[in-house]
Design a protein around this ligand. Structure first.
Ligand code: FES
Length: 141
């Protein structure tokens, strides 16, 4: 019992230290309750993906073709979303969210949260996917 308490306290302190130092990479939240429709489009419910309620919120998911996509809240408007294809425009490796931007693990190209290229070797912005948004859901594709 004493060991559990010590471990728990130690784990908490280590966790706080890591958070304080900002060493944990930020990651997009995996989208919840994503539905791939028969036409291949993906339906993302805002009620099940609370990150999308705030500007700058991001959720990540795969579409029916296995593409890694992200949905980014870009404004408070009903259609204030941008769907990004997370395939790096340099050589196609899937980028990941780190420090508030998309970073390619292969050659370190960087993209802003909205997909605009910021650092080479990529020269083009991340691809976008069409969206249709209502107050309750965003359909991607
Ligand atoms: S594949 Fe992404 S920078 Fe090269």
């Amino acid at each position: 019992m004493e060991n559990e308490s010590t471990l728990s306290r130690r784990s908490l302190l280590c966790g706080l230290a890591v958070l304080t130092l900002g060493l944990l990479p930020d990651t997009a939240i995996a989208a919840g309750n994503v539905k791939v429709l028969s036409n291949g489009k993906v339906e993302v419910l805002i009620s099940r993906n609370t990150a999308l309620r705030k500007v700058g919120g991001v959720v990540q998911f795969q579409d029916g073709n296995g593409r890694s996509l992200a949905l980014v809240r870009t404004s408070n408007a009903v259609n204030g979303f941008k769907a990004l294809n997370l395939s790096c425009t340099h050589e196609g490796v899937t980028v990941g969210l780190s420090g508030g931007k998309w970073v390619c693990p292969e050659h370190r190209a960087e993209f802003a949260l909205d997909g605009k290229v910021q650092a080479k070797p990529a020269k083009r912005d991340l691809g976008t996917v069409a969206i249709k948004a209502t107050r309750t859901k965003v359909t991607v594709g």
